[in-house]
Design a binder for this molecule. Structure first.
Ligand code: MN
Length: 447
């Protein structure tokens, strides 16, 4: 029997007014989850707590496949709620989880991830990030356009390219790892690694034996570093693996490296992968997202990390499978672009454009190649905008919906009217000539 001990701490941080992160420790199912919600008007907090609760509820069997399916069901729950409740439109959440599962009578740790929360493993002295971020900057790093160091301080580092709640279909990354006594796992939201670099995280994890102490210390460091975001830290120790890892590594020595143990194995299910293997239990699994147009283009990522051989670069076996895999990557990027596009376009903001207050659809800086477009011109000249609001409008004032943006503009018009009691030359359509006598305002000129 694999046994754990753990400690979890979540904190609002120094800047935000609410904590929109959620975490879950379900020892009865050996399930550990961290989620980081996003979307204004408290939607983020709703999304992350809905997601972890739904995952707990829908995680039926102790299998990796059930865990992945549980995340997909949680996605539906968040998505449906976001559709039903206009206040929560556009909300979403990241989610990462570690669970003890069974496969062929063997216990494994299943890791799943969507978004830019992270799962790390400290093995011996080495801290490795097991999950892969679904973020704009991570994509740019993969494309060689940014270094890791640049990504860490990039202004758009918090843009995620995948999240729960945004679409009905969801691609879930998963890995399987042998539980090894002495291993320490870390699940955290970006509020931690945005403030504390990996070396310092590793040093705390090595230094403090008690998982709760370690979690608390990491949160303290993140707050010291600025605490610009909510911080959630879950430290999970494997205290007993029933000697399974020791036995397994003996077996691995016998099998040798030629078996390719630990090599990340892209799953090309849906394209007739000729080699479904037991290391990849999701192969051939039911695809409940079949209605999604990009279903065939989606790549499920499944890997198994064994011992220290994890995260070797995948370079061997350059065959048709690799070509096929490349095609799948392209298709996946296309699908991701669609999701990002939806995300990028499903919002409005009010800003100044050609000396006129204008409602835009999109996000002020755009996302990827999705530049904002003009949704409505208001006819309000920039010069009329009250001083106090100019800064806001220069930066672009976010609005969840077109109606919100219109409401904002009409408030702005009211403000302008209040500030200008005297009729001035009208700058809109040719109206009636300005009154020459008896202004309707109570202001009377003094001699
Ligand atoms: Mn965050």
């Amino acid at each position: 029997m694999t046994r754990f001990r753990w400690g979890a701490v979540s904190d609002t941080g120094q800047v935000r007014s609410d904590n929109e992160d959620s975490s879950l420790v379900a020892p009865d199912r050996d399930l550990f989850v961290v989620a980081d919600g996003m979307g204004g008007h408290q939607g983020g907090g709703v999304a992350s707590s809905l997601a972890v609760t739904a995952l707990r509820e829908h995680y039926a069997d102790r299998t990796t496949e059930a865990l992945v399916e549980g995340v997909k069901l949680a996605n539906r729950v968040v998505h449906d709620r976001a559709i039903d409740d206009p206040e929560l439109r556009g909300m979403g959440t990241t989610l990462c989880a570690v669970a003890l599962v069974e496969s062929d009578g063997e216990e494994l740790l299943a890791v799943v991830n969507v978004g830019d929360s992270r799962v790390y493993r400290l093995q011996g002295d080495e801290l490795l990030q097991v999950s892969e971020d679904h973020s704009l900057v991570e994509q740019m790093v993969r494309e060689g356009r940014l270094t890791h160091a640049e990504a860490a301080s990039h202004p758009q580092r918090n843009i995620v390219t995948r999240a729960l709640g945004i679409e009905t279909a969801l691609d879930v990354d998963w890995w399987e790892v042998l539980p090894t006594a002495g291993d320490r796992w870390l699940l955290c939201s970006d509020g931690l690694f945005g403030e504390v670099d990996d070396d310092r995280i590793a040093s705390v994890l090595r230094r403090l034996d008690d998982p709760e102490d370690a979690a608390r210390e990491l949160v303290r460091l993140a707050n010291d570093g600025g605490g610009r975001d909510n911080i959630t830290v879950l430290v999970l120790d494997v205290v007993d693996d029933g000697d399974r890892a020791a036995n397994a590594s003996k077996a691995l020595v016998g099998a040798g490296a030629a078996a390719g143990v630990g090599r990340p194995e892209p799953d090309v299910a849906g394209f007739g992968d000729a080699e479904p293997t037991t290391t990849n239990p999701v192969v051939g699994g039911a695809d409940d997202d079949a209605e999604a147009p990009e279903a065939h283009g989606r790549r499920r990522r499944g890997r198994r990390h064994d011992g220290g051989a994890a995260q070797e670069p995948r370079s061997r076996r350059f065959t048709w499978r690799v070509a096929l895999f490349s095609l799948l990557v392209l298709a996946t990027l296309g699908a991701a672009a669609g999701a990002v596009g939806w995300y990028a376009r499903n919002t409005y903001y009010v800003a100044l454009n050609d000396d006129e207050v204008t409602i835009f659809q999109g996000r002020p800086d755009g996302v990827l190649w999705f530049d904002p477009t003009v949704a409505e011109r208001t006819g309000i000249p920039s010069d009329d905008v009250p001083e106090a609001v100019v800064g806001d409008l220069e930066a672009g004032r976010d609005q969840a919906t077109l109606e919100d943006a219109q409401r904002y503009v009409s408030n702005l018009e009211d403000q302008i009217e209040e500030l200008e009691p005297e009729p001035t030359t009208t700058t809109t359509a040719p109206g009636p000539p300005p009154p020459t006598t008896a202004p309707t305002t109570p202001v009377t000129p003094t001699p």
